[in-house]
Ligand binder design. Structure first.
Ligand code: HPA
Length: 272
């Protein structure tokens, strides 16, 4: 058995000893967006530090725990804080929580993040439904394939599920929230990009940039999740506006957008 799979089983066994919960929907809450956890009728909270073999989240604005509970009668597991590659973990550890949530029974995954706007028509505080991505990070599927999880060469054709995207767009329009739709590009970080890199990313077709999400979506689709992704444009990317991006701005704008974001996410979960 591969080390990755052994680790997965160990963490799963430990979680199952601590609680009995079968989620339908999994949610990853991005930087500054963890406030959404307040919407959950909580059944259990499990800090990552209490799970055997689990990486802990060290990024600012990330609590580092699973929240299990209900939203609109749907059973959800939310990650309040994700694991980033820039924290120094191996890529299979970065996506371990995604595989765990799938093994716990969740079938749909909502990935959220704070991202820098590359598309010059975007503004901070807007939301972008991710239509597709470009990953500048090592694949999380490198190594011996975990056949019991997914196939060796999974298709990325509709990595952000077409049907779920339609539902999100329609729900947003019904509750009066304007959603952009665009391509997300993931870098490793942790440094923000240079203006030249942002110009290159725009030429490549990217609309927003961040340091997470794409590798999670790849592992999620590999393991059979249906995935949607929503970015909160927390700042304009480097060189797009006169002010260079800062961690303070990212967290502040994401937090300010929190109420609108929670409204959207709650409405989406209720119809998924
Ligand atoms: N670049 C990379 N990651 C980010 C940004 C950015 O401008 N904003 C939020 N996450």
């Amino acid at each position: 058995m591969s080390k990755t799979y052994e680790k997965l089983l160990k963490s799963l066994e430990d979680i199952r000893e601590k609680l009995h919960f079968t989620p339908e929907i999994a949610v990853v809450l991005g930087s500054g967006l963890g406030g959404f956890a307040g919407e959950i009728e909580v059944e259990s909270i499990l800090p990552y530090s209490e799970i055997e073999g689990f990486p802990t989240s060290t990024a600012p604005g990330h609590e580092g725990r699973f929240i299990f509970g209900k939203i609109a009668e749907k059973k959800v597991v939310a990650m309040q804080g994700r694991i980033h590659y820039y924290e120094g973990y191996d890529i299979e550890d970065v996506v371990l929580p995604i595989r765990i949530m799938r093994h716990l029974g969740a079938e749909k995954l909502i990935l959220t993040n704070a991202a820098g706007g590359i598309n010059i028509t975007y503004s901070p505080g807007e939301f972008m439904l991710i239509s597709d991505h470009i990953s500048m990070v090592v694949s999380p599927l490198i190594g011996k394939n975990l056949d019991s999880i997914g196939t060796r060469f999974p298709s990325m054709h509709d990595i952000y599920d077409r049907e779920l995207r339609k539902i999100v767009l329609q729900t947003a329009s019904e509750i009066g929230i304007h959603l952009r739709e665009g391509v997300y590009i993931q870098t490793t970080g942790p440094q923000y990009e240079t203006p030249a890199e942002i110009r290159m990313f725009r030429t490549l077709g990217a609309d927003a940039v961040g340091m997470s999400t794409a590798v999670e979506a790849i592992a999620a689709v590999h393991s059979g999740f249906k995935v949607v992704g929503i970015s909160c444009i927390s700042n304009m990317a480097c060189g797009v506006s006169p002010n260079p991006p800062s961690e303070e701005e990212v967290l502040e704008i994401a937090k300010l957008s929190g109420a609108k974001f929670s409204k959207l996410l709650k409405a989406v979960i209720s119809v998924l």
